[in-house]
Design a protein around this ligand. Sequence first.
Ligand code: COA
Length: 175
Amino acid sequence: MYKIIVMNSKHPKDSLTIITDLVLPSETNPIGNMFGGELLARMDRAASIAARRHCRRIVVTASVNHVAFNKMIPLGSVVTVEAKVSRAFNSSMEVFMDVWIEDRENGMRSKANEAIYTFVAVDEMGQTVQVPEIIPETAVEKERYDAALRRRQLSLVLAGKMAPKDASELKALFE
Ligand SMILES: CC(C)(COP(=O)(O)OP(=O)(O)OC[C@H]1O[C@@H](n2cnc3c(N)ncnc32)[C@H](O)[C@@H]1OP(=O)(O)O)[C@@H](O)C(=O)NCCC(=O)NCCS
């Protein structure tokens, strides 16, 4: 199912990007928790670095496919965003992010959030360019790789760039 040796291919770990930073007062909402837009921006930065590490080209955000704000992140929290390319297509790359917060006293990490963005590699003129393929290694990476095709089709259908009748992976879910 997964190719063993492919020239110029990469693994998800090659793009791993970890950004850790504090939540400051100017980054909170009126009840003292991290403002959602601030987290979106931190995730966009981490994901764009991961996409760039995968393809070594200029990358632009094409779509925010999924964000779940599962847990409030209080003022003063230490927030870590971990981003990795989960699948590469032609010029586009899906980047999967896990967001963790760290307990001040015992240092234990807990998962606060998850997000999936799509980036596209372009040249200096903004024209799309081919990216290396990716070979998942761990069980989680394989699971995310497999599901990425379904998410790509959903994103393209919602953006009006793919006809629902052509979304074979989505249709298969209901068969
Ligand atoms: C993203 C962008 C490069 C796509 O250009 P385009 O002319 O629509 O190109 P295409 O239709 O050929 O799509 C290029 C790739 O993007 C993917 N793509 C485009 N829109 C997408 C979406 N909404 N969701 C997922 N993938 C998308 C396509 O599937 C294609 O992938 P592939 O090459 O791997 O098959 C272009 O729309 C752009 O430059 N947008 C602005 C990006 C930007 O400025 N981002 C920051 C926002 S402030």
